[in-house]
Write a protein that binds this ligand. Sequence first.
Ligand SMILES: [Cu+2]
Length: 480
Amino acid sequence: MSAKFSRVQSESSSANLLPNHMSRRMFMYTAAASVGALALESIPLPAMAARGGGSGGAVTRYPLHVPPTVSPGGFTLTAAPATVNLASTESPSLSSALAYNGFLPGPTFRANKGDSVYVSFANGLADETTVHWHGMLVATAQDGQPQDLVAPGGSRLYQYPIVQRAALNWYHPHPHMMTGEQVCLGLAGAFIVNDTIEAALGLPALQYEVPLIVRDANFDKAGNLIYNPRTTGFDGNTPLVNGTRSPYLDVERAVYRFRVLDGANARLFRLVLSNGMPFTLIGNDGGLLAAPVNVAEIEFSPGERLDLLVDFRGLSGARVMLHDANSGWDLLEFRVANSAQVTGTLPTGALSTITPLPTAALTRYFSFDGMSKINGKEYDLNRIDFTVPYGQTERWVFTTSGNGPHPVHVHGASFQVQSRTGGRGRLFPWESGWKDTVLLQDHETIDVLIRFDQYRGRYLIHCHKLEHEDMGMMANFEVI
Ligand SMILES: [Cu+2]
């Protein structure tokens, strides 16, 4: 089995500078067959010489890319093959990629609660795609689900009102069995929603608010991004932050707000600062927490977001590394100026009101089985697995028979995490408030409260390890 799978992998990696139906279909078929045939073990990685970000002074660093910020209220978004520069103008590192409007990551949408999204989308890819607005509360027809494919050369309008609180959300493709490939080759972007409650806090803004999309990547010998998936999840040997290799960011002596997304296909990151300073955590997937909390280390999984303040005011001239304690990678170097301190403070009081959901009317159980099933079933585009009454609070319980981590993501509503038993056995500060993705590890049971009170219609629950999702660890349900 592993020989067969390896062969498919190498075919895939030599063939897929651009999407390739054959390599993908072969991967899917073989992966599914493997899952059925064997105890579900991780297939060991080949030895990787490169350590990506490196850890010494010899690494050449490039200025962090920050994608352009655009309004979604009348914007044309195009997904197409592009050549992107993952380093600097002076010292380019060019890669073929799939990009939104030529950018990797795509443009950052920013809008206020109450605004309308009116995005005209054009598919310049060789494959079908969709645009899913991860974390945004939208009607089924606007959710970019696998049923609503945009054909190659085709286009459509995504149109919806922004009805939710301030948060960092994001957009990415969601076509069944092709999400992993399209995201890995570059298709993802941030979507920041602001509101008046957040604005009243006077949090760092403009150049002091920086989105950070953190992911891993693999390259061929020519330096082009490749997608060489494994059943255990795509495993890249090089970190990218905002599509930048070995980035640095010049910062003033100020408080900065970092809007962080784990945009990897499968990798968990454990963020720490090299000087031991804590992050001030103020928000997550669903926006601001009730109150800030200082944390020295944060582990998060694909699809999860973090809203972090970092105080550089007392660090004149210092260099501070954002480090991933899981891989040992240096993700981003902050170079603090010697200039005068900028006014600004860390918030200490209440940030927002999180109203607890009421007692659940019923409990549903979801077992994330193998690498491709929920409750023993693989995803079927045409099957609705259960219905949920509109406006009813429910208790959803996530368990797994193994092969974690499984980042569990739900469309159509945010949830409130109640408990984690087994495994890590506790909840973490970044799991309070509102979430739409929660990390389920082996031996864990996670309990959440959820209520669909925005739209009726068909939505999805799935593993956000994109290879698990593509293999079928996903289910349709309908809010009625
Ligand atoms: Cu999974």
